[in-house]
Design a protein around this ligand. Structure first.
Ligand code: SF4
Length: 95
């Protein structure tokens, strides 16, 4: 069993109205490059991405609520990090 298989077992109730994580003022390209690259490296769900053209993306929908990005960058480029509303977010299906 690998980590990707375990993560794929999870279910997510995505709060489309309220992103529980936000970056800067919402313009990902304006964020400090070194800080964004940290997020790409640390997120276990690989939700922070830089594509082959250097374009950045972030999708909170698959968040595992581990808090790693918060610890890493709350003082720099993460402008909001809250737990999702109680009926929202990840439901773990293993372990
Ligand atoms: Fe990724 Fe964890 Fe941050 Fe969610 S809380 S975006 S899973 S690092």
């Amino acid at each position: 069993v690998n980590v990707d298989e375990l993560i794929s077992l999870n279910r997510y109730n995505v709060d489309e109205e309220n992103a529980h994580i936000e970056l800067g003022d919402g313009n990902l390209e304006a964020l400090d490059a070194a800080e964004f690259e940290k997020l790409v490296r640390v997120c276990p769900a690989a939700l922070y991405k830089i594509d082959e053209n250097g374009v950045r993306s972030f999708d909170y929908a698959g968040c595992l609520e581990c808090g790693t990005c918060r610890i890493c960058c709350e003082d720099s480029i993460i402008s909001k990090w809250e737990n999702p509303n109680p009926t929202m977010g990840v439901q773990y299906r293993f372990g």
